[in-house]
Ligand binder design. Structure first.
Ligand code: AMP
Length: 424
């Protein structure tokens, strides 16, 4: 067979048993998020390019290198969303929600697009589940949002996690810090790696992201940002830490944690898997008290996070599902049919069973044994067999797979009989 078309690099097909894992996590996450008071929001996958350039920020990898941007036929400059916070803030403003009382709490789930170098755990189309809580500057909300992220992990059984928390200041205190970091770094420019030499010009704070040992050693000679924030930011940070302690959240203060997106202010945090070495970041978040205003709205504090769905699934199930070995979706009843009239007989009676259980009608025309085996692999509890005799008599042979018992059941008695077995 010649495979003519392949998916674009850095994208994945999710199907069969892997899809079931995704669905299970997504359903659990919805329930958790709704229990924490978040309501779902769905925004377009395309937004105006400018929204991301302004919010995520020029000089960030996402904007400078990773956006899928294009011009539509109508001449609009659009971008496939690389993240969702900017979109949620845009939607918050565009739909007039600034007048709503209290904190607006949204959650989202869906695909994001970044033209990144694909590798294990890093894709060009990946999925995030995240929250945005807009309208409160309380440090307790920061702690509550971190607690929400942890609840998502707990609910799917993700363990061995590391929570790192930091503060990166605000528009009052950060510019002076960044400026002094930049001039210090420029003086010893040649001792930094090439990436850092570029970063010190475009986004100096991200020097702290460098994994090169040499750069790390150099940076140890410069006070990290948490030491240099203003009194308000420092007090906010102290109260976040107090709230985390009160909520008994285990975390590490990490003064070197800066995040890759420009809109963060004050609290930043990351949750990573302790034992995975590469691409271990499962969740990133923080406060963005200036973003709403920057997008044209009134000054409105906000905080949120985003979890990488693929990364969590990989953490939970390190072995990938092989689609060729994967079974199809589970069913409760498999209808095994000897010929075409039997298939029609089965289809006519399947609907009533489908009111309360999952039913598959085998229309392949293959041998009975193969059809029954198919029922077994799909997890069926019951096989209903029909051939010409059953069609003529208006019945099915009902085989209970756990016991091997087989009885003839009339079509009138079918629902009750199936229900009884399934409920036993
Ligand atoms: P960010 O939006 O960059 O703060 O990322 C939040 C989370 O999304 C990260 O912690 C990762 O789990 C996940 N993530 C970010 N970029 C990618 C990618 N290219 N592929 C897969 N997951 C990603």
């Amino acid at each position: 067979m010649e495979i003519r078309y392949r998916r674009p690099r850095g994208t994945r097909d999710v199907m069969l048993e892997e899809m079931e894992r995704w669905r299970d996590c997504e359903e659990r996450w919805r329930r958790v998020l709704e229990r924490f008071g978040f309501g779902e929001i769905r925004t377009p996958l395309i937004e105006s390019t400018d929204l991301f350039v302004r919010s995520v920020g020029e000089g960030t990898d996402v904007v400078d290198k990773e956006m899928y941007s294009f011009q539509s036929k109508g001449g609009e400059n659009l971008t496939l969303r690389p993240e969702a916070t900017a979109s949620v803030v845009r939607a918050y403003l565009e739909n007039g929600l600034t007048r709503q009382p209290g904190t607006m709490k949204f959650y989202y789930m869906g695909p994001m697009f970044r033209y990144d170098r694909p590798q294990a755990g890093r894709y060009r189309q990946f999925h995030q589940v995240g929250v945005e809580a807009i309208g409160s500057s309380s440090p307790v909300l920061d702690a509550e949002v971190i607690r929400t992220a942890l609840a998502l992990f707990e609910d799917v059984g993700a363990e061995n996690l590391n929570v790192q928390v930091n503060t990166i200041g605000c528009k009052v205190c950060r510019p002076a810090y960044v400026e002094s970091l930049q001039s210090w770094a420029r003086e010893i420019r040649s001792r930094f790696c090439e990436t850092c030499q570029a970063r010190m010009e475009t986004n100096p704070l991200r020097l702290f992201d460098c994994k090169e040992e040499g750069c790390g050693e150099l940076l140890a000679g410069f006070d990290p940002i948490d030491q240099s924030v203003c009194a308000d930011c420092s007090s906010h940070h102290g109260r976040v830490i107090e709230a985390l302690d009160a909520l008994e959240v285990t975390y590490h203060a990490d003064p070197l944690l800066v995040r890759g997106l420009d809109y963060y202010t004050r609290t930043t945090f990351e949750i990573s898997a302790r034992n995975d070495t590469r691409q271990s970041a499962l969740c990133g978040g923080g406060r963005y008290d200036e973003l709403v205003e920057q997008c044209g709205g009134p000054s409105t504090p906000a905080v949120g996070f985003s979890v990488g769905v693929e990364r969590v699934l990989q953490h939970l199930w390190p072995e990938p599902v092989d689609p060729q070995r994967s079974r199809q979706s589970l069913v409760d009843v498999m209808m095994v049919c000897l010929d075409q009239p039997a298939q029609i007989h089965a289809l006519r009676h399947a609907d009533r069973l489908r009111e309360f259980c999952r039913v598959e009608v085998d229309t392949t025309g293959r041998g009975i044994k193969a059809q029954i085996k198919g029922g077994n692999t799909r997890g069926a509890s019951i096989v209903l067999l029909a051939g010409s005799d059953e069609v003529a008599a208006g019945l099915f042979q009902m085989k209970t797979l756990a016991t091997g018992d087989q009885v003839a059941v009339t079509v009138e008695a079918l629902s009750a009989a199936v229900r009884e077995v399934l409920e036993s």
